[in-house]
Design a protein around this ligand. Structure first.
Ligand SMILES: C[S@@+](CC[C@H](N)C(=O)[O-])C[C@H]1O[C@@H](n2cnc3c(N)ncnc32)[C@H](O)[C@@H]1O
Length: 315
């Protein structure tokens, strides 16, 4: 089985504060690294694990089976977490984990087109049933749209140059493969950029992957449901790998954990003050230790935030 090293495993397990009879949800099963540690701790509970990549489901099943039987694997996008859990009669859960982005096996599978290191058709779909792939984006999106994607999702300084070169190349031929795209990117960058450490196509590839899988939209559309699914004392832990994702999570967590009320100048009117229904478990974002980053460079940009439900909807 291809390996994926789970990021901040101890921190996640500790902060989920797992109850042995609890219902838990792993929205991003991957190769089951976090899921198996959760499963080991819930002999009287149940684990529901989602992944939109069928391979993640197939490959993780034997691993989880070797631990226990009290789990259900769901091949679906986590944006449907609430409806899917409802189908199993589950309305509230004790904990939810989201470990965003791609897994190492997806990245390292030369045929899936995620990586600039392997020559493959431009694909990058986590869910291979989806219609939109990187090939379509590269060959059809407008200059403006490509610039925005490379700039916003890739924080690519040369977004315009790369997008312009893609459009130019498209005038004569279709851009089919990862290596063709790498060549175009390399030709778009000044020499001083090419001489820098790190692969010159890294940011542009990341940007295309985020767009192909609508990663920010799905996260944004899931946060509210995930928060609502928590039972009292239930916790939601989210690991992000991108500053835009982290900002989204931080903002969502902040808005539900702050005291609400009408402000009259600096004063909150007591009659109108509403206690928040959630509390931040950690006020500071949690990042991996230097040792973890050394052993697993993929953990480098990871950020973990955890929130706990303290009140019900009913007042
Ligand atoms: C970083 S990996 C998770 C690794 C996992 N925690 C482990 O320890 O093996 C992210 C996984 O989430 C899946 N994924 C990403 N976005 C998703 C979404 N919107 N819905 C369902 N699965 C998603 C990917 O296919 C990938 O397998």
């Amino acid at each position: 089985m291809e390996k994926h090293i789970p990021v901040m495993l101890n921190e996640v397990i500790e902060n989920l504060n797992i109850k042995e009879n609890g219902l838990y949800v792993d929205c991003t099963l991957g190769r089951g690294g976090h899921a198996s540690e959760i499963l080991k701790r819930i002999p009287l509970g149940h684990l529901y694990a989602f992944d939109q990549d069928i391979k993640a489901i197939q490959e993780s099943r034997p691993l989880l089976k070797s631990i226990a039987d009290n789990f259900t694997l769901i091949h679906a996008n986590f944006v449907n977490v609430k409806e899917k859990l409802n189908e199993f009669g589950v309305k509230k859960v004790a904990g939810i984990l989201m470990d965003l982005g791609v897994s190492s096996p997806q990245f390292d599978d030369g045929e899936r087109g995620f990586s600039y290191r392997y020559d493959a058709r431009l694909d990058m779909r986590m869910d291979q049933n989806n219609n939109l792939d990187a090939h379509y984006i590269v060959n059809n999106y407008s200059l403006e749209k490509l610039v925005r994607i490379f700039r916003d999702y890739g924080e690519e300084k040369y977004a315009y140059n790369i997008a312009k070169s893609i459009i130019k190349e498209r005038e004569t031929k279709t851009i089919n493969t990862t290596f063709e795209l790498v060549d175009i990117i390399k030709k778009s960058l000044p020499y001083k950029e090419l001489a820098k450490k790190g692969h010159p196509a890294k940011q542009a590839f990341q940007a295309l992957r985020i767009e192909t899988n609508h990663e920010l939209d799905y996260l944004n559309n899931t946060l509210k449901d995930a928060l609502e699914l928590l039972a009292i004392n239930g916790r939601l832990a989210i690991i992000t790998f991108h500053s835009l994702e982290d900002r989204m999570v931080k903002k969502a967590f902040k808005s539900v954990s702050e005291i609400e009320g009408t402000r009259h100048g600096p004063i909150l009117l007591p009659s109108e003050v509403r206690k928040p229904k959630y509390r931040l478990v950690n006020h500071q974002v949690i990042i991996p230790s230097a040792e973890e980053v050394q052993n697993n460079p993929r953990a480098q940009s990871a950020k973990l935030r955890v929130i706990e439900r303290t009140e019900n909807d009913e007042r």
